[in-house]
Write a protein that binds this ligand. Sequence first.
Ligand SMILES: NC(=O)c1ccc[n+]([C@@H]2O[C@H](COP(=O)([O-])OP(=O)(O)OC[C@H]3O[C@@H](n4cnc5c(N)ncnc54)[C@H](O)[C@@H]3O)[C@@H](O)[C@H]2O)c1
Length: 253
Amino acid sequence: MNLDGKIVVISGAAGALGVVICDRLAALGAKVVALDIETADAAEARFADCTSKPAYYTCDVSNEAETADALARLAKEVGMPDVVCCHAGVVHVEKVQDYSLEQFDALMNVNVRGSFVLAKAATNLWLAAGYTGAQLIFTSSWVHDVPWPEITPYTASKAAMNALTRGFARELAANGIRANAIAPGIVGAGMALKTWNENADYRSRAEKAIPLGFLQPPESVADAIAFLCSDMSSYMTGSVLVVDGGCSLYPNI
Ligand SMILES: NC(=O)c1ccc[n+]([C@@H]2O[C@H](COP(=O)([O-])OP(=O)(O)OC[C@H]3O[C@@H](n4cnc5c(N)ncnc54)[C@H](O)[C@@H]3O)[C@@H](O)[C@H]2O)c1
């Protein structure tokens, strides 16, 4: 696989999965541009172990003006993006009966609104430049259609992101802009690893829920995103690529 010359922008890039994805895409030849709410100094520390450091822009993707400004600046300073990954996401674990509306709104604000804001800003950038052949990639999750206890608003946000994927794909196909999503499983990094380590009940349920029998390596998520970024996926649009070790095959919990 070869991503030579491709410019890939990714939000939530300073997170546990993001740094692995940035490093993998860069190793395959992409010029990677990282977006995150973290300060540049904090982000630099997160990318410390990366072989190749991405260009970095602090950006809250739920803020429309800030996101449009970051995209305009990076297009000027790095180049027109070929791929924009709406990857930033948050999770909050709580029973539905105890889930506050503040927590609900905060989650939707990043996962759904933030994905829409970034995808819309990228779309406007491409349309204004008459740029064709570009692609949006949304990071969904295997729980997009499998209920999982205590993260119901998160599962709803990922179902909404799948709908965004298909909607952007349908509306923009005629403009030469594609949109696809990746649905990872239970990854041994970030939010899932933290919950796996701290919540015994979650861990026993999760162990039963992974047919392949082990936590998903973050590199497998990076590889699937690399495939979508590559020319090998050029006839795909509106697809949700499930890469979850079989988690979504059956509700075995
Ligand atoms: N870890 C898993 O098991 C798993 C499984 C399936 C899907 N995912 C998805 O993968 C993505 C990354 O997950 P992770 O495990 O690396 O989480 P993480 O918490 O390590 O990283 C998320 C990153 O998003 C950033 N962020 C939060 N709000 C933001 C905003 N408004 N604007 C820009 N950046 C913002 C955070 O600063 C953080 O760096 C999420 O969309 C998540 O839902 C994760």
